[in-house]
Design a protein around this ligand. Structure first.
Ligand SMILES: Nc1ncnc2c1ncn2[C@@H]1O[C@H](COP(=O)(O)OP(=O)(O)OP(=O)(O)O)[C@@H](O)[C@H]1O
Ligand SMILES: [Mg+2]
Length: 250
């Protein structure tokens, strides 16, 4: 059993896919390729992928159109945004698959396995501004941690340091810190967070063990469940429970 098995969408998505909590519509294409064929994707050799899974991929594209959101069962390379998870056209798809797969193979010491390509409906999120080469939209996002079905803590995902470190200052709007503060204050004061906790709790109850549960706020102000992972391998901001996780920010 590989350490990352439970963090894979192949594990957690089926457990929550029918829960009445908003989530991006999702098509999972499990890939049955050998190591050489997976590495080949990084160099644009998509023939083995298309021979085996072209039909499923076409069905996903027909379902969502463009733009669509692409990731593996474990990662999206979100910082690369316009070259990775954000796919605007069919012509872009091969290079974006290559980018996301290559990123995955370079993660951690050993690289992460790529067991599936995940195609998702692109949900217009509540974009606050763009960071990381001015490309990736920073959205209101909250990460909960849960242990054996109980919520432990929650955190705004986009801490200022992460944005500052990853972005040339001249590409950020002058008042970006204020924009984040205003968003946090409004979520705090409207009772939105109480309702979100209730949703997170319903998700948490489906899982034993230690988990991170990520929600992102859409343009229509609905919070979408977008991602989960084992808690120990999830970035955890400073907090009493942070030492339960040992992962650097990703
Ligand atoms: N379906 C979607 N439509 C639009 N934007 C999305 C969608 N899913 C995710 N996003 C945006 O992309 C970012 C990365 O998504 P996701 O959490 O799936 O990737 P990840 O690589 O697992 O990230 P993390 O390192 O936080 O676990 C999110 O922060 C969110 O802003
Ligand atoms: Mg993730």
């Amino acid at each position: 059993v590989v350490r990352t098995d439970k963090s894979s969408m192949l594990y957690w998505w089926p457990k929550i896919k029918d829960l009445g909590v908003p989530k991006p519509k999702t098509v999972i294409v499990e890939i049955n390729l050998n190591e050489t064929e997976i590495e080949g994707l990084c160099d644009g050799h998509t023939k083995p992928l298309l021979d085996k899974h072209g039909q499923q991929i076409k069905a996903a594209i027909d379902k969502f159109g463009f733009p669509l959101f692409l990731r593996t069962d474990l990662v999206s390379n979100k910082h690369g945004w316009k070259k990775s998870c954000y796919v605007e056209s069919l012509a872009q798809l091969p290079s974006h698959v290559g980018n996301v797969v290559e990123f995955s193979l370079m993660c951690d010491m050993m690289g992460l396995p790529v067991k599936a390509l995940i195609f998702r409906e692109y949900v217009p999120m509540k974009n606050l501004f763009r960071a990381f080469h001015g490309e990736m939209p920073v959205n209101p996002e909250i990460r909960f941690f849960a242990l054996d079905g109980e919520l432990l803590c929650w955190h705004w995902y986009w801490i200022k340091e992460a944005i500052q470190q990853g972005t040339e200052p001249e590409l950020l709007p002058k008042d970006w810190k204020k924009i984040i503060e205003v968003e946090k204050n409004s979520a705090n004061s409207t009772g939105e967070l109480m309702k979100l906790c209730a949703k997170a709790f319903r998700v948490a109850q489906k899982f034993k063990g230690f988990w991170s549960i990520d929600f992102c706020k859409a343009a229509d102000n609905k919070w979408y469940l977008i991602d989960m992972a084992e808690g120990y391998r999830s970035w955890h901001p400073e907090c009493d429970f942070a030492e339960m996780s040992n992962n650097p920010r990703k």
